[in-house]
Design a protein around this ligand. Structure first.
Ligand code: CP
Ligand code: NVA
Length: 322
């Protein structure tokens, strides 16, 4: 039985609305389910050693490199009594050696879930539409939902609450920023983002976030000015200027983002106990000043650890009931 079945929360949505469909976007999760995943992850972290996924397996289908996501999903399955099979970018040749619908249907005959990291979000959607097992987004060009959920677990642990906190994102309106703004808007966390012209959040993400915020009373603020975004922030967050797949744009992006580095001075303009967060990998000296990761307010390795706990909760939720 999935752990979700034994836990209740007044804020939970209806599980049957999405259970078994996987997790491609934070928009798939009602606020109650996000809370449930956070609570479930805390229980896992506190030492719940039950093998909820004994005898079950997932495929880790990756088109891009990874350290945290690959290792944390593999260890998560092992700790839950199940098994993970890693499929590297070169061996499957998704859409080249073999068509995506055929990969989805073949893997569905072997495993109970597919954890996929893709260049295009459409690849994930196509995989999910043909797979008969849940597909979990392990990062696409659109979103990184497992990262955002682990990050809000980290913030909740450190601050003891989420609703009403102020979150500031400095930099590219990328996949990580998109999942973060959607999670914040779902949970009533105020979200400010400072990005240079041409690198803001996608309009469709912003519209969706504003729709969620209208229910949660979160405020969403977009500005080109980092110092305005971090005012009264409880969290200051940044990510790389050029994401995986954008390597050819790296030089242009370095110029566009030159004034968007998070350093100790910018952090000092936020609340005195603001967290500094980064999903890693970091480019020290670009989006994050050299040494900031060692700052007493930095929470980056807690974020990395919490990927394991939140993903255990996600796996149990989506795959445990199968
Ligand atoms: N933060 C994150 O997803 O790291 P990896 O790319 O190493 O998996
Ligand atoms: N935005 C980054 C996140 C890496 C975890 C990328 O997509 O490369």
């Amino acid at each position: 039985m999935a752990i979700s079945k034994s836990l209740t929360s007044p804020e939970r949505g209806n599980l049957s609305d999405y259970s078994g469909k996987g997790l491609l976007s934070i928009a798939d999760l009602p606020p109650g389910e996000i809370w449930h995943l956070i609570q479930s992850a805390i229980k896992m972290k506190q030492g719940d050693k039950k093998e909820y996924l004994k005898g079950q397996a997932v495929a880790l289908l990756f088109e891009k490199p990874s350290l945290r996501t690959r290792v944390s999903f593999d260890i998560a399955m092992w700790q839950l009594g199940g098994h993970a099979i890693y499929l590297s970018p070169s061996e499957v040749g998704l859409g080249r050696r073999e068509q995506i619908p055929d990969v989805a249907r073949t893997l569905s005959r072997y495993v109970d879930g597919i954890v996929a990291r893709t260049f295009s979000h459409q690849t994930l959607e196509l995989l999910a539409s043909y797979a008969t097992v849940p597909v979990i987004n392990a990062l696409s060009d659109q979103e990184h939902p497992c990262q955002a959920l682990g990050d809000f677990l980290t913030i909740y642990e450190k601050k003891g609450r989420l609703k009403g906190l102020n979150f500031a994102f400095i930099g590219d309106g990328n996949n990580v920023a998109s999942s973060l703004v959607l999670t914040a808007a779902r949970l009533g966390v105020n979200f400010s983002i400072a990005s240079p012209s041409g690198y803001q959040l996608q309009r469709k993400i912003l519209l969706k976030a504003r729709e969620f915020a209208s229910h949660s009373e979160a405020r969403i603020f977009c500005t080109p000015e980092p110092h305005l975004a971090v005012k009264e922030a409880d969290v200051v967050y940044t990510d790389v200027w050029a994401s995986m797949g954008q390597e050819a744009e790296a030089e242009n992006r370095r110029l566009a983002f030159a004034n968007y580095q998070v350093d100790a001075q910018l952090l000092s303009l936020a609340a005195s106990d603001a967290l500094f967060m980064h999903p890693l990998p970091a480019h020290h000296g670009e989006e994050v000043a050299v040494g900031l990761i060692e700052h007493p307010q930095a929470a980056v390795f807690d974020q990395a650890e919490n990927r394991l706990h939140i993903q255990k909760a996600i796996l149990v939720e989506l795959i445990g009931a199968r």
